[in-house]
Design a protein around this ligand. Structure first.
Ligand code: GUN
Length: 283
C-alpha cells in the first residue's frame, strides 16, 4: 500500500480562507477579533513561530498585537501585563509563547490568563472542560490533528489510537480529544515497556517525541494512519519529522509529511480559537 498524504498546509489554507470571509462579516458588525502574543527573550524558534502567527493573523483579518519583552522581564511584570490584557475588551485571545525564561513560573503564568481568553487551551479550567467532554478552547496542535483526520473522513470511533509522547501541549491533549471521539487510547512514553507491541497494534499512530525518524515503516501496522508531530532539524539544516516518511508511506493508509503537515494547522486553530472567543465575547 502507498499511503495518501494529508497535507495540513492545504487544509490550513482552505480553513484560513473561510475564516477570512467570516472575519469580514464580523468586522461589518463591529466585531474585530483581537489576539495579543507575548514573546519574551530571543529564542530563534519562538521568534519564527511568532512571525508565522502574525502573518496568518494578518491574512485572516485578526487584529494581532505582538509584545516583545526582554529576557530580564520579571514574573511580576508579566503577571501585571496579563492582568491588564484580561481586562481589555479589544483583546479576545492572549498567547504567551513558551518556553519562558527559567526565572518565570510557566504554570503561574498560564493560570493567570483568563480562561475566556486562553486561546492556547492550556489553562487547567479549559483542560478540565476538555476532559469532561465540554466544548471549550482546545489546544491548537491536537485540535488541528483532529481536523486533519476528519477532513479525510477517517474513522476514529472504536479505533486503537496510540499516542507516543505525553507533553501537556501535544501528547496528553491529543489523546483526550481522540478519547472524546470514542477511540481506545494508549499513551506511550520514554518509560513504556515493549513500545513496539503498542505501535504495531495502532490503527491511528500519533508521534510527538522530537526524535528524528523514531518510527520506521517496519514498526507500523499495514493500513495505519500515521500523524507525525515532530519537527526536527537535520544535520543538513532541513526539517524532518519523527517518522521515516518514505518507509512508513509504504505501509500506512494515510500519513502526514513534515513540513507541510501538522505545523500549519496549529496556527490555524489558534486563529479559530481567537475568532470563537471574539464571537462569545460579543454574545
Ligand atoms: N511553544 C510551542 N508551541 C506552543 C504553543 O502552541 N503555544 C504557546 N503559547 N507556546 C508554544
Amino acid at each position: 500500500m502507498s499511503a495518501e498524504v494529508i497535507y495540513g498546509s492545504e487544509l490550513a489554507q482552505s480553513m484560513r480562507d473561510e475564516m477570512k470571509e467570516e472575519v469580514v462579516k464580523l468586522r461589518e458588525q463591529g466585531i474585530v477579533p483581537g489576539l495579543t502574543v507575548i514573546l519574551i527573550g530571543e529564542d530563534p524558534a519562538s521568534k519564527s513561530y511568532v512571525r508565522g502567527k502574525q502573518k496568518a493573523s494578518d491574512y485572516v483579518g485578526v487584529d494581532s498585537d505582538l509584545m516583545t519583552l526582554p529576557e530580564s522581564t520579571t514574573e511580576e511584570e508579566l503577571l501585571s501585563l496579563i492582568k491588564k490584557l484580561n481586562e481589555q475588551e479589544t483583546v479576545h485571545g492572549i498567547l504567551v509563547q513558551l518556553p519562558l525564561p527559567k526565572h518565570i513560573n510557566e504554570e503561574k503564568i498560564i493560570e493567570a490568563i483568563s480562561p475566556e481568553k486562553d486561546v492556547d487551551g492550556f489553562h487547567p479550567i479549559n483542560i478540565g472542560r476538555m476532559m469532561t467532554g465540554k466544548d471549550t478552547f482546545f489546544p491548537c496542535t491536537p485540535f488541528g490533528i483532529i481536523q486533519m483526520l476528519k477532513s479525510k473522513n477517517i474513522e476514529i470511533a472504536g479505533k486503537h489510537a496510540v499516542v507516543i509522547g505525553r507533553s501537556n501541549i501535544v501528547g496528553k491533549p491529543v489523546g483526550q480529544l481522540l478519547l472524546n471521539e470514542n477511540a481506545t487510547v494508549t499513551y506511550c512514553h520514554s518509560k513504556t515497556n515493549n513500545m513496539k507491541d503498542y505501535i504495531a497494534s495502532a490503527d491511528i499512530l500519533i508521534v510527538a517525541v522530537g526524535i528524528e525518524h523514531f518510527i520506521n515503516g517496519d514498526f507500523i501496522k499495514e493500513g495505519a494512519v500515521v500523524i507525525d508531530v515532530g519537527v526536527n532539524r537535520t544535520a543538513e539544516g532541513t526539517l524532518t519529522g519523527d517518522v521515516n516518511f518514505d518507509s512508513a508511506k509504504e505501509k500506512a493508509s494515510y500519513i502526514t509529511p513534515v513540513p507541510k503537515g501538522v505545523g500549519p494547522m496549529t496556527i490555524t486553530m489558534l486563529l479559530h480559537n481567537t475568532i470563537k472567543s471574539a464571537k462569545i465575547a460579543h454574545g
